[in-house]
Design a protein around this ligand. Sequence first.
Ligand SMILES: Cc1cc2nc3c(=O)[nH]c(=O)nc-3n(C[C@H](O)[C@H](O)[C@H](O)COP(=O)(O)OP(=O)(O)OC[C@H]3O[C@@H](n4cnc5c(N)ncnc54)[C@H](O)[C@@H]3O)c2cc1C
Ligand SMILES: NC(=O)c1ccc[n+]([C@@H]2O[C@H](COP(=O)([O-])OP(=O)(O)OC[C@H]3O[C@@H](n4cnc5c(N)ncnc54)[C@H](OP(=O)(O)O)[C@@H]3O)[C@@H](O)[C@H]2O)c1
Ligand SMILES: Cc1cc2nc3c(=O)[nH]c(=O)nc-3n(C[C@H](O)[C@H](O)[C@H](O)COP(=O)(O)O)c2cc1C
Length: 700
Amino acid sequence: MLSYIYNGLSWIYLLLVPNMQEVEAGIKAKQIPDTTESLFSTLDIVLISILVGGIGWYFFNKRRSEKENAAKRTYAIQPTSMGLQASSDNSFVKKLQSSGRSLVVFYGSQTGTGEEFAGRLAKEGARYRMKGMVADPEECDMGELVNLKSIPNSLAVFCLATYGEGDPTDNAMEFYEWLQNGDADLTGLNYAVFGLGNKTYEHYNEVAIYVDKRLEELGATRVFEIGLGDDDANIEDDFITWKDRFWPVVCEHFGIESTGEEVSMRQYRLEEFEEDEPPERIFTGEMARLHSLRTQRPPYDAKNPFISKILVNRELHKHGDRSCMHIEFDIEGSKMRYEAGDHLAVYPINNTELVEKLGKLTDKNLDQVFSLINTDEDSSKKHPFPCPCSYRTALTHYLDITGNPRTHVLKELAEYCSDPTDKEKLKLMSSTSAEGKALYHKWINDDNRNIVHLLEDIPSCKPALDHLCELLPRLQPRYYSISSSPKLHPTSVHITAVLVEYETPTGRTNKGVATTWLASKLPNQSSEPPTVPIFIRKSQFRLPSKTQTPVLMIGPGTGLAPFRGFIQERNFAKEDGKTVGNTILYFGCRKKDEDYIYQEELEEYERNGLLKLHLAFSRDQPQKIYVSHLLEQNADELWNVISENNGNLYICGDAKSMAADVRNIIVRVIQQKGNMTEQQAVAYMKKMETQKRLSTDVWS
Ligand SMILES: Cc1cc2nc3c(=O)[nH]c(=O)nc-3n(C[C@H](O)[C@H](O)[C@H](O)COP(=O)(O)OP(=O)(O)OC[C@H]3O[C@@H](n4cnc5c(N)ncnc54)[C@H](O)[C@@H]3O)c2cc1C
Ligand SMILES: NC(=O)c1ccc[n+]([C@@H]2O[C@H](COP(=O)([O-])OP(=O)(O)OC[C@H]3O[C@@H](n4cnc5c(N)ncnc54)[C@H](OP(=O)(O)O)[C@@H]3O)[C@@H](O)[C@H]2O)c1
Ligand SMILES: Cc1cc2nc3c(=O)[nH]c(=O)nc-3n(C[C@H](O)[C@H](O)[C@H](O)COP(=O)(O)O)c2cc1C
């Protein structure tokens, strides 16, 4: 088909070009045969132009709709650790061959964990005489997997995360579809898969499980069993346990032996700049383009966030020791559009006090400008974050300094300890022994120590700050379910965010990076409004297209956020004279007088007849009352919405326990009211999901 269109276009081009040349240069027209001239009158040219224009329009629209569909397919998290420089050559086999490597580790990663694991595996290959390379499937011609066998003893490993409803990450989407739709013969391809997921989500590790199975179906050889990492428990532990069993099996499969050497090569080379010779381009927190934070140019996205003014930042809780913020962001003039149900991404910065502490603990001047440059020249990722920049910028904008450091970081830190006991302790925690794992779990995870706490509590450890900058993961944007409707608020986006702050067992107060920063962004009349870099992320969490369709929304706590937008939208339609179906909300909080957010608004919607409210105040009486209890009590209403009225169900908020409990209740009600077995009820619910009549927007 394409070649047919292409031939047609070439034909039109051949016919048109002489005529155009004729118009532009009369002299050349003399060389055009009379027959051609007589073929084209002015009318011909007009008709042909319309035809060409039409074909062009068709392709433009097709591409645009493909792009839109791709955007729709994606979910809340946009990758931010994107390669700063795209590679022009997408042949990974050529790259492997030219650099004498036999191991390629592909990653499907949104927030960087899968990419980090891939990097660690590739690096370890050297220890087993298998020089490795990390590769982003989006930048590779994955069809080349059929040729990988041309490299002796070659192995492809896939570290793949799952998101949404069992979806791959953006960068693995094309590869995933290629596997689903294609029938390549992968005989001779050696592979292994490690999945990154979270058991609190319905579709646990589905992408990795599918890829592992599909590669085998296509004839590839599974060298080692799939590993499944659970981010709800300890994904680091899952990974190191899997890879410790993986390597001996790989050695046996290929008949190779470990060199026994510990691999602690640096991936990046340091370049520091003298104060009197500063580089021309110094990044100051931009995600990609230099000065993009000052000279703003749409379109705005993860690489080019919009600097939005905060118009409103008010407290929603009436009493109690917690805080929930209602924040309104100005998007006037940004050309950004949103729909109720989309997510707002915020790029936070780290706490200044923690940044300064890190400078002191590592005895480094934070104003020093530096670059980290990848020693692997074949890698498309030249720097771990935008470089050159100062250490202060790196620690403030680019690096996660508040998460629990992973074991590979501890292993590298051990080398910087002057006290042998400290060194042993860090080594033990980074080992895979039961004792080491237990200590890591207690000292890092349970005690919630971040890198600053670790260096404070192990004072003999004095790492080079540039090495730390190489080891720490990237600071990620935080996502918030948008709590407004563009019908009512076309030039502002609202969010509803709970302040994260908690005491740790070591007596420290840990503060959420983004929410603590947002809490300080208070607009006041007398000065310029505070600003925050943001972008909007499309989601699939959508109201039904017909306003008559009934909707039942379940959103305790901040789970109410997207439903505020939905309710605004339904009310707008009602005031516009449209028929609006039942709009039912199940909301829960701890105490009516404390954390019943948006109480006045909700009760006003109830009074004006739009909303039916079901409220569960969990701590206003001795026994807990949750939204799930109310749902079960109102089984008839739930069944009525689901079955008799073909309505839509929505769940938003805590993925860990609430969403699972609510799903169980829904299955039970379908089973009872629809006279089905449990299996049939589950299948019924899955069908509702595929029909987009049951949607979830959950996080943990
Ligand atoms: C799709 C999506 C939509 C979201 N929508 C909303 C929303 O509408 N409203 C909202 O408030 N949040 C929402 N979130 C969560 C939000 O993105 C952030 O995770 C949250 O605001 C915390 O960010 P932070 O930077 O302040 O905290 P961080 O610095 O990221 O700290 C949070 C981490 O601290 C730890 N932690 C938190 N509390 C405790 C505790 N009590 N004990 C021990 N450890 C703890 C946990 O490891 C947690 O992951 C959403 C998340 C996603 C993925
Ligand atoms: N990653 C983060 O940093 C972060 C930040 C904010 C929120 N969250 C997640 O989002 C969730 C919501 O947070 P929030 O502060 O908005 O809400 P919340 O105030 O913690 O909870 C809202 C209501 O839901 C109730 N609830 C607890 N378990 C439930 C269950 N299984 N089924 C139904 N209701 C249940 C709570 O009751 P009780 O409390 O009385 O049991 C409370 O009444 C949190 O649980 C947390 O997992 C994560
Ligand atoms: C919004 C969101 C949705 C997720 N959906 C799923 C899911 O459906 N199934 C699953 O197993 N894990 C799910 N996860 C967990 C991630 O896959 C897990 O945290 C993983 O480690 C992320 O890897 P990455 O940092 O490489 O992107 C989800 C996480 C988030 C934040």
